[in-house]
Design a protein around this ligand. Structure first.
Ligand code: PMT
Length: 408
């Protein structure tokens, strides 16, 4: 999967620079080529000679070096890489990246690149906690840069806390996951051709009487984008949707339903499936006995509405014995302890992955165009930066394709 991939490794100043030697070895063992750019600060901690020996390539240091620029300009350094990795990423280089400075070779390449960029912060805990550093990180993440770590632990400066650079193998895994996810992302790639996908989307409506119902604010934007992204990668996709104001996505077979019971029946009719993604905001309860005629104000006060529990579609699919989709993905819509509740939900419902999102009204997740996902899987939790719902859908679809291609 990762053969012939090329990493441009930017080593900035910090004691953790020594770990990049191990990082280069591990990447090269996996068939990933590494070319290094070393900042002046980085050169205080690790020599160009050691980086060059391990990467078996020249190490680039100077923006104004006539030899470097004539042999390999900064644009070519970026062009000839699939991924840029800044490790260690000092507080200083992150500030310069966030501010768009280009005052050395490393930051010039980073400003000029159109390739994905990962960064592995490493610094003293107080520098990490400083509002300026946190604001710079938020800026970088909002631009789509991928952060790895840092870890907590004892520091070279004698303090304890967050700021240690992630271990080389953690960075290697993040790089491999990135390559696995983007492996299929080329134009026209259809890695899910021959696979069947089932997606739920939108709210459900639970009738109180023929004209009133219980429901929620789901717009269907997230679920519909996921169905479109899976179909875009070639999956034969069924979308089971509650009532929404969106057009049916192209190339997707759409079933329109109202209630949770209808949604479950439609999902079961759409089986077998290789992957199911439950993005619908299914009503947990319905009226125990919906009235067949419109309820009247008869002077005896408001009617008492008795609720009963709806079937859980995600749990039913996850626990379907011989018809369980190979991969079952749920969402967790939470307003507090988002990740904690999502981890518990994943276990209770028996699905493989959960995409947790904060749906407190101030986040605008329900109905809005963007989402902040905490991706909960068997091995831990990944915090994704804020992305549009379409970007979330594409990232998830690529992740599913990588999983089905046996990359995870
Ligand atoms: O539609 P949008 O406006 O774009 O908003 C997107 C979203 C916020 C609806 C979406 O990102 C999301 O979080 N969907 C799940 C909403 C939800 O019902 O979450 P939950 O934590 O209550 O349920 C957990 C999981 O169980 C979900 O996968 C849900 O689809 C599923 N479920 C819940 C109850 C039920 N009876 N059946 C289910 O399948």
């Amino acid at each position: 999967m990762t053969a012939e991939k090329r990493v441009l490794l930017i080593v900035s100043g910090g004691i953790a620079a020594y770990k990049t030697l191990e990082l280069i070895r591990r990447l090269r063992e996996r068939g990933i080529s590494v070319r290094c750019v070393l900042t002046a600060g980085g050169a205080q901690f690790v020599t160009p000679l050691s980086l060059s020996a391990l990467s078996e390539d020249k190490v680039y240091t100077e923006i104004f070096s006539l030899t470097d620029e004539s042999e390999m300009g900064h644009i070519r350094l970026s062009r000839e890489a699939d991924l840029l990795v800044v490790a260690p990423a000092s507080a200083d280089i992150m500030a310069r990246m966030a501010g768009g400075l280009a005052n050395d070779l490393a930051t010039t390449v980073l400003l000029a690149t159109d390739k994905p960029v990962m960064f592995a912060p490493a610094m003293n805990v107080r520098m990490w906690e400083h509002a300026a550093t946190q604001a710079n990180i938020a800026t970088l993440e909002s631009r789509g840069l991928i952060r790895i770590g840092p870890d907590a632990g004892n520091m070279a400066c004698g303090e304890y806390g967050l700021g240690r650079m992630s271990e080389p193998m953690t960075i290697v895994e993040a790089i491999e996951t990135h390559f696995a996810e983007t492996h299929f992302a080329g134009p026209g790639a259809r890695p899910l051709a021959g696979r069947r996908a089932l997606v739920t989307s939108g709210p459900t409506r639970e009738a109180i009487d023929p004209v009133r119902y219980l429901s929620n604010h789901s717009s269907g934007k997230q679920g519909h984008a996921i169905a479109a992204a899976l179909a875009g990668l070639g999956a034969e996709t069924s979308l089971i949707t509650g009532p929404v104001a969106l057009p049916d996505p192209a190339g997707v077979s759409v079933v329109h339903v109202e209630s949770a019971a209808d949604m479950l029946a439609a999902c079961q009719a759409a089986l077998p499936a290789d992957v199911a993604v439950c993005a619908a905001a299914v009503s947990d309860w319905r009226i125990a006995a919906a009235a067949s005629e419109k309820l009247k104000k008869d002077g005896d006060g408001p009617p008492a509405l008795e609720l009963t529990e709806n079937p859980d579609i995600l749990r039913t699919l996850s626990q379907a014995e011989n018809r369980r989709p190979g991969l079952v993905v749920g969402f967790a819509a939470e307003t507090e302890k988002v990740v904690e509740h999502a981890i518990e939900k994943r276990q209770r419902k028996g699905c493989d992955w959960i995409l947790a999102n904060d749906v407190s009204p101030e986040t605008g997740t329900f109905g809005g165009d963007s989402n902040v996902i905490h991706f909960v899987h068997g091995d831990g939790v990944e915090d994704w930066p804020r992305m549009t719902k379409q970007e979330v859908a594409e990232r998830l679809a690529q992740r599913i394709a990588a999983h089905m291609g046996g990359a995870e």
